[in-house]
Design a protein around this ligand. Structure first.
Ligand SMILES: [Zn+2]
Ligand SMILES: [Zn+2]
Length: 228
């Protein structure tokens, strides 16, 4: 597989920045993470943004990436750092922007709407235990696996997978409003609600994963507010 030169350039820039940003005890894990994601432009954009503008202005490193959701080629990712912090970033193929700490959640109403969250309260409930958030899987163009929950083509996603398509509105199931309208609720924070939703989904017919559903690479003209 040919890796475009831009990916390699991005990686070199990150390696350069890392020399100044990463505390010595975190070098190994930071380098391992970069290697893992070095063919994934979304992850590279995020790492570049992180290292060029360290969130607290303090030496730190990225040692984990979790996927919260994605929409129209924009990924909402959570960064786990060597200093034990968690930050939210929104990332597309062009650039990455920090939103803030995971603990603060998403204050901006437009952002909440864009990613399909009813409110910050709902968001904070969903992300209460950051360690159970799904790992962001590095993109591989040849993969027949769901980039988020890793089921094979033709299989049903793990419930809650941000790639699953809603059978009612054809939007993405984790961010459309169907789960609320179908269950006639305002927020989804109880186990019974999830079970009920699962039953309704099964009755309606869940949509199995297809390679074409992979997010992020379908929409080519994402507006870029530019960061640098
Ligand atoms: Zn999936
Ligand atoms: Zn829907």
């Amino acid at each position: 597989m040919d890796i475009p030169k831009t990916l390699e350039d991005r990686k070199k820039d990150i390696q350069f920045l890392m020399q100044y940003a990463v505390p010595e005890a975190q070098v190994k894990s930071a380098e391992a993470l970069l290697e893992k994601y070095d063919a994934d432009i979304i992850a590279l954009n995020l790492l570049h943004s992180f290292y060029i503008n360290l969130p607290e202005g303090m030496d730190d490193s990225v040692n984990g990436l979790r996927l919260l959701t994605c929409r129209q080629g924009v990924f909402l990712l959570c960064v786990f750092t060597g200093n034990g912090m968690q930050y939210l970033y929104m990332v597309n193929k062009e650039a990455a922007h920090i939103i803030g700490t995971l603990a603060e959640g998403i204050i901006d109403r437009e952002l909440l709407d864009f990613f399909g969250y009813v409110g910050n309260k709902e968001f904070l409930v969903l992300t209460e235990k950051p360690e159970i958030l799904k790992e962001y899987e590095p993109y591989t163009p040849d993969s027949n696996l769901c980039p988020s929950c890793q089921v094979a083509a033709g299989e049903f996603h793990t419930l809650g997978c941000p790639v699953e398509i809603c059978p009612w509105c054809s939007g993405q199931l984790t961010y459309c409003n169907c789960r609320f309208t179908k269950l006639d609720i305002d927020a989804m924070d109880k186990l019974e609600q999830i079970e009920k939703l699962q039953e309704l989904l099964q009755a309606t017919g869940r949509i199995a994963f297809k390679k074409e559903h992979s997010p992020g690479y379908l929409v080519d003209n994402i507006s870029d507010d530019g960061e640098e």
